[in-house]
Design a protein around this ligand. Sequence first.
Ligand SMILES: [Zn+2]
Length: 287
Amino acid sequence: MAYDILTVVALGVLVVAFIITSFMIKTKHRQRVMHRHFPDSWLPCLEKLPLYNMLPEELQEELRARVMIFLDEKEFEGCGGMEINDEMKVTIAALACMLLLNKKLDYYPELNSVLVYPDAYISPKGVSKVGGNQIIVDTESARLGESWLHGDLIVSWNKIESEAYNEYSRSNVILHEFAHQVDQMNGAADCVPPLVKRDDFDDWEEVVPKEFADLQRRIEFGIPDVIDRYGATNPAEFFAVTTEAFFCKSIDLQHHRPELYNQFRNFYQLDPASWCEDHRSRSQFAE
Ligand SMILES: [Zn+2]
C-alpha cells in the first residue's frame, strides 16, 4: 500500500515537473521569437491597418512582438483555391493579437489553424450551434466566419479585406471570431470572458447581462442601437459583436453605452476611444 502511495506521489511529481518544464521551454522560446527582428516586408501589412495606426507606440511595439509569436505557433490553410501569402497571415495575426494586448491572455491555446476561404463558403463541418460543442457560426448558409472551441477558426478573405483596411468600417470579422475564442478561454462561450478578479466578475455580471437584455428589447421594438442587431442573437454573439463595436466604433459605444464600454475596457485593459481621431466619432446610426 505504502509502495502504491509512493508510486502515485512520484508520478504526480513527474507530471508536475513535466508541466513546469514544458511551460518554461515554451516561455523561453516565445521570448526568443519576440526578440527577433520584425521582417521589414511585414511592416507595410501592419501599416495598412487603421487599427494598428491608431495604437499608441508602445502597444504597436507589443503587437509586433505578439504577431511574431502568433505566426510562429499557428498554422494557416488556404481553402477553396485560396493561396495564403504573408499579407494575409500578418493581417489576421495582427487583428487576433489586438485582443491580447496589455494583459496576460494566452495565444488562443485551443486554436491550431486558421482556414482562409476567398469568399463566403459552405462550412465543411455542417453543424451550427452555440453551446456544448462551442461551434460559433456567423452567417446563415453561406458563411463568412466561424470559430470552433478546439482546432480551427474559419474566415473569408474578401470579408477581411473589406473591413480591416477600411478606417470607416463598423465591423470586423477577425475581431469577432477571435472574440469567440477569448470568450471560450475559460470554458463555454457565454459572454463571461476570463476575468481575473472576483470584483471584476461581480461588476461584469451586474452590468453586461442587463445591457444584453436591453439590446434584445430595443431590437424587438425596431430601435437602432450602437451594437449590431446580430449581438442580440445570444450571449456569445453579444460578446463578439460588442468586441467589434469596442474597437471599431469605440467613441459611439462609450457615448451610448458607457457602462458596457467600461466593462470591456476593464476586461481588455485597453481604451480604444482614447486612440480615436475625430472621424471615428461620426455616428452612423440614429438614436
Ligand atoms: Zn459570432
